[in-house]
Design a binder for this molecule. Sequence first.
Ligand SMILES: CC(C)(COP(=O)(O)OP(=O)(O)OC[C@H]1O[C@@H](n2cnc3c(N)ncnc32)[C@H](O)[C@@H]1OP(=O)(O)O)[C@@H](O)C(=O)NCCC(=O)NCCS
Length: 144
Amino acid sequence: MKDVVIRRAELSDIPRIVEIEDCSFEVPWPDFLFKAHLSNPGFLVYEKEQILGYVIIGTSEDRTRSHLQSIAVHKDCRRQGIASKLLNWCIDLAKLYGFERMTLEVREKNIDAQLFYSENGFKVEGRIDGYYVDDNAIVMCRDI
Ligand SMILES: CC(C)(COP(=O)(O)OP(=O)(O)OC[C@H]1O[C@@H](n2cnc3c(N)ncnc32)[C@H](O)[C@@H]1OP(=O)(O)O)[C@@H](O)C(=O)NCCC(=O)NCCS
């Protein structure tokens, strides 16, 4: 059995990442958006025999905080700690870049993700009405 690897995403990973995206979001990102992130060192995949999840981090608009842009785990592999491992890995990366806080927006309707973030130390900082076409955003933050 192959070991678990967390590593930077590569071009050949994109079809599988899109598969995970399509089973995870009502409005999934298309492949070209993932391709545009390939130069980002904060675009990571979790691989065990095949890719089971991905995460993308960047910086907040004012560049003072790391920003969790997206995270998803294939629907058949959830509740096995995969997203938590990806999150911890990218938190370590953000710390290497000198960040002390991580922020994110999550759909108000996405209670499962909010529970996941709470479990991983994020606290609600605010709400942005109309952030998404069809939903408000809950803003969550944590020290890292
Ligand atoms: C949110 C998501 C990334 C979590 O991935 P995961 O690998 O299942 O998460 P983990 O196994 O690391 O979960 C860690 C803890 O978070 C909490 N948690 C995770 N998913 C949860 C859920 N659906 N309901 C309640 N709590 C949940 C639990 O406390 C869990 O620990 P436990 O399984 O021991 O109870 C995954 O459900 C997903 O891909 N969802 C669709 C995409 C999405 O909504 N992404 C976030 C966008 S902002």
